[in-house]
Ligand binder design. Structure first.
Ligand code: ADP
Ligand code: MG
Length: 392
């Protein structure tokens, strides 16, 4: 069900409290990657253009419910000001008298950034008093923080019931893209899943199995499934306690007629620092070696499926792409996904990093800003931050 959009609000002369996801990486006190800030600009700009005053709330990192200078949003205010080309006022509190004074002093077209919402213990508890205090900072509430939509916090859910609430443009764009994967995707629908652990993503695998035509598995996740198939995987990263789940996945794919594709050849080495890596069939992995990437034959098989697809979802690198000798599989798959004529969606922090390294980000239809949120959405779960908004 679509949510009431900010495009339908009359915001002239009003104070709009916008929950954004400015949870960006910092380095040496500056924003190291401003992708998430730029993703929220259309909503902010829309409100400023319509003579609203904008009050922004975000979390940043995990400061554990108390102020911690290492997680201050001050660097974010500086970067946002550059991107907007106008001043961004900041307060050193999340809510309360000082924030109210600053919010009330805003004139149309002015911007205020509140301090990190997770400096307040009430944020993650969705405490009513914090929600009420946030509610006093705006005349309306806009949720544009898709990346935080899977959390029922005071600034995502609590405040949404206290003010007229709307979905922001980014939140809408994310939901539209992910809904297109779950509801009547054009076929063949191919999902490519990798990354470090099966346990993090097992629920997604199960839910997607009922919707996709092919599931291509790589990375550490594939290792557990190879184990379930009886392969010897040496010292590879795997989760032996999930082997039963992996067996169920194999059976369930068979029953549904879904192609479950696993690596047939892999890149192995005795350690991540080893300079001696080699390609081997999955049937011949020595006990003292570990899988760190998919091999060229597997890349070719996966790319064939990707080329034939009409819809593609990719989450999780195919190998330890951070290390040169083990990056080939992931980078090759990134190029195949970019070359595909399918509708392509990518989610996951490390997957996005891989797409950037491959230099193909512009050729992907939708890159989700929310790793955890996009996966929970694809598990078929209702995201509380979205559910808290009124229907269109
Ligand atoms: P995302 O952030 O895209 O959701 P994950 O966090 O699940 O992805 O997984 C990314 C990590 O998985 C990367 O750091 C990568 O090095 C690691 N990884 C991928 N394949 C392997 C492997 N075969 N062995 C160990 N680690 C792996
Ligand atoms: Mg990750």
């Amino acid at each position: 069900m679509a949510k009431r959009s900010i495009t339908e609000a009359d915001v002239r002369g009003k104070r709009a409290l916008i929950r954004v996801d400015f949870n960006v990486p910092l380095r040496n006190g500056e924003v190291a990657d401003d992708t998430r800030i730029r993703a929220a600009l259309p909503t902010i700009q829309l409100l400023l253009d319509q003579s609203a005053a904008v009050v922004l709330a975000t979390h940043l990192g995990r400061p554990k419910g108390k102020p911690d200078p290492a997680y201050s949003v001050a660097p974010v205010a500086r970067r946002l000001s550059e991107l907007l080309g106008r001043p961004v006022a900041a307060v050193s509190v999340v809510a309360g008298a000082e924030a109210e004074r600053a919010a009330n002093a805003l004139r149309p077209g002015e911007v205020l950034l509140l301090e990190n919402t997770r400096f307040e213990p009430g944020e993650e508890l969705n405490a009513p008093d914090l929600a009420a205090a946030l509610g006093r900072l705006g005349d309306l509430f806009v949720n544009d923080a898709f990346g935080a939509a899977h959390r029922a916090h005071a600034s995502t859910v609590g405040v949404a019931s206290l003010l007229p609430a709307y979905a922001g443009l980014l939140l809408q764009r994310e939901e539209t893209a992910l809904a297109r994967l779950l509801n009547n995707p054009e076929r063949p629908f191919v999902a490519v899943l990798g990354g470090a652990k099966v346990s993090d993503k097992f629920a997604v695998l199960e839910h997607l199995l009922g919707r996709v035509d092919a599931l291509l598995l790589g990375g550490g996740m594939a290792n557990t499934v190879l184990l379930a198939q009886g392969h010897h995987i040496g010292s590879s990263l795997a989760e032996p306690d999930r082997v039963e789940d992996a067996r169920r996945l194999i059976d369930s794919a068979g029953e549904r007629g879904v192609l479950l594709a696993l690596p047939t050849d892999v890149v192995i080495a005795d350690s991540l620092n080893s300079t001696k890596s080699k390609v081997t069939p999955v049937s011949a992995i020595p006990a003292d070696q570990a899988i760190f990437d998919i091999g060229p034959e597997t890349v070719a098989r996966f790319c064939q499926q990707i080329a034939d697809a009409r819809t593609i979802f990719w989450n999780g690198p195919m190998g330890v792409f951070e290390q040169g000798p083990f990056a080939n599989g992931t980078l090759a798959i990134a190029h195949c996904v970019a070359d595909a004529s399918a509708y392509t969606v990518i989610g996951g922090g490390d997957s996005l990093a891989a797409i950037e390294v491959a230099g193909v980000a512009e050729r992907i239809d939708h890159i989700s800003t929310g790793g955890g949120a996009s996966l929970e959405y694809l598990e078929g779960r209702v995201l509380p931050g979205i559910a808290a908004l009124p229907d269109a």
